[in-house]
Design a protein around this ligand. Structure first.
Ligand code: SF4
Length: 510
């Protein structure tokens, strides 16, 4: 019997990711058990600074203990720390980062008892539009939870609601009556000093969050809206935290939507390199690459650079307000190539308002020009999801206003363009991943839908897609379901911005 138990434990241990966890806390009688659930891959979850922060905060509280669940570890049913079952926890905090995650979340939650654990959702999808998740959750946390975890747990345990800690049925009432809930924003005065080190998307790294939000104004980007205002951490604080991490890791991942926009980005990176770290900037813009930055990236140990022109023509790049032109794309490729970085990954979107077959040719031509700079190019192309809270929230999926109620036509057009791109990239000898338009049509429904969408989640993506027109209804210039979330922007200003963008796109709105 004893031997069988030991064998089972050994088997369980083997399925766990290898990690160093200085924040682990053992449960003792009477402690409230909090599950932190990331319904996607471990590599992404362990590289998420927000999740690391929540875990540390819960475990620092007297009377609470936190364990983690990941989509690909025990299928999200048992915790990484002790192999405990999710159903045995008192509170479950779900972080919903991607639209795709909601299908798995619906399944996980429907396998749990209704009364326990108390189910709370937070993360970018909730900040955008939590309505499709209403049937599955007791609460939404609408904001940035850093240093507010204790209050959240107390409010939820009391069965009340308070400010951005909202019962899910209240979200429906607010959306219906036109009232708003103010999003909580965190101050970035401090930084986590100890983190769990595991094999994440940046390798075994310490995550250094240099800032949050973005000062740029790309019209398709939800980050500029839901994490506003743009905030940076002080250089001195970042260096102090890095110094502490020196004994734990050799690599630092710099986290922010646009790392090299930090006012002291170069100084920070040089200092980290001089401390002996390998440094991975999680994302950066091509227009911040100059000769020094290219050299610095080499010193940081970077083997590849990402350039995201997003569109193949100047016209569409102006529609997307990306602020990066062809010359910038080519000069940044040339700079990194001369510095010795031989791999460039390029990101594009299709289904942008004003797009036609010529624009698709533009994508191929620009990619070819970059390739001629002496780098190996790989390309990722995906259809645009017109996201809530962005000026493009008024645009239909596929970009063509006359197809707004004919999603099948939009999908057909996008599939044709995807095929053309795949063929052309093959001819060019460029590795390309061109995403399936149907997947992105589904993401559009999840990101823009209301509570009705939730009823279809258990039936899967195909069932949701079949209901496209029914679930998205008419595109409204008057009112959108997600407007009850107050991100401190003016609805009218977004609408005017959309009209200006459509003039550039030469799209007639009447
Ligand atoms: S630079 Fe990146 S993060 Fe910033 S607004 Fe543009 S797409 Fe969003």
């Amino acid at each position: 019997m004893k031997r069988a138990k030991a064998k089972a434990r050994e088997k369980l241990e083997k399925r766990k990711p290898i990690e160093h966890n200085p924040l682990f806390k053992r449960w003792k009688k009477g402690d409230v058990r909090v599950a932190l659930v990331y319904p996607n891959a471990y590599a992404g979850g362990i590289s998420n600074i927000g999740l690391q922060q929540i875990y540390a905060e819960v475990n620092s509280l007297e009377g609470f203990v936190c364990e983690r669940f990941y989509g690909d570890v025990f299928n999200c049913e048992r915790s990484v720390e002790t192999g405990s079952y999710l159903k045995d926890f008192d509170i479950a905090l779900f972080s919903i980062q991607f639209e795709d995650d909601v299908f798995r979340v619906a399944k996980i939650i429907s396998s749990l008892p209704a009364e326990k654990p108390v189910k709370i959702a937070g993360g970018p999808c909730v900040l955008e539009n939590p309505l499709p998740l209403v049937p599955y959750f007791d609460y939404f946390y609408i904001g940035e939870v850093d240093r507010d975890v204790k209050r959240m747990l107390e409010v939820v345990l009391s069965g009340e609601e308070n400010g951005c800690i909202l019962k899910s049925e209240s979200a429906v009432s607010l959306a219906e009556c036109g009232e708003k809930v103010k999003v909580r924003k965190a101050k970035l005065k401090e930084h986590l000093r100890k983190e769990i080190i595991g094999q994440g998307v940046y390798g075994e790294s310490f995550l250094l969050e240099v800032g949050r939000g973005c000062k740029r104004g790309c019209s398709f980007c939800v980050v500029r809206q839901i994490y506003r205002p743009c905030r940076w951490r002080e250089l001195s604080l970042l260096l102090e935290v890095a110094e502490d991490a020196r004994s734990d890791v050799e690599r630092i991942a710099l986290i922010s939507p646009s790392v090299t926009d930090h006012p002291n980005a170069k100084e920070l990176m040089w200092e980290l390199v001089n401390m002996g770290f390998e440094v991975s900037p999680s994302s950066m813009r091509a227009d911040t690459i100059d000769e020094e930055m290219a050299e610095l990236l080499v010193e940081c140990g970077q083997k590849s650079v990402t350039i995201a022109p997003e569109a193949g023509s100047e016209k569409l790049r102006r529609v997307l307000r990306k602020g990066i032109d062809r010359e910038t794309v080519l000069s940044s490729a040339e700079l990194v190539s001369s510095a010795g970085i031989r791999n460039v990954k390029m990101y594009y979107m299709i289904g942008i308002p004003g797009e036609d077959d010529e624009e698709i040719k533009g994508i191929v031509e620009l990619t070819e020009e970059v390739k001629r700079k002496g780098v190996r190019v790989s390309v990722s192309v995906n259809p645009l999801v017109p996201k809530p809270h962005t000026p493009l929230q008024f645009a239909p999926f596929g970009g063509e206003p006359f197809d707004a109620f004919n999603p099948l036509k939009a999908i057909r057009t996008l599939k044709k363009r995807s095929k053309t791109l795949e063929k052309e990239f093959k001819k060019l000898g460029v590795r390309a991943s061109v995403e399936d338009p149907e997947e992105f049509a589904v993401q559009t429904i999840i990101s823009r839908g209301d509570v009705e969408v939730g009823k279809y989640l258990l039936a899967g993506k195909k069932a949701v897609l079949k209901e496209f027109s029914h679930l998205l209804g008419e595109l409204s210039f008057e009112r959108q379901p997600w407007e009850f979330i107050d991100h401190s922007y003016d609805f009218e200003r977004l609408r005017k911005e959309y009209e200006r963008l459509m003039e550039i796109a030469e799209v007639c709105l009447i």
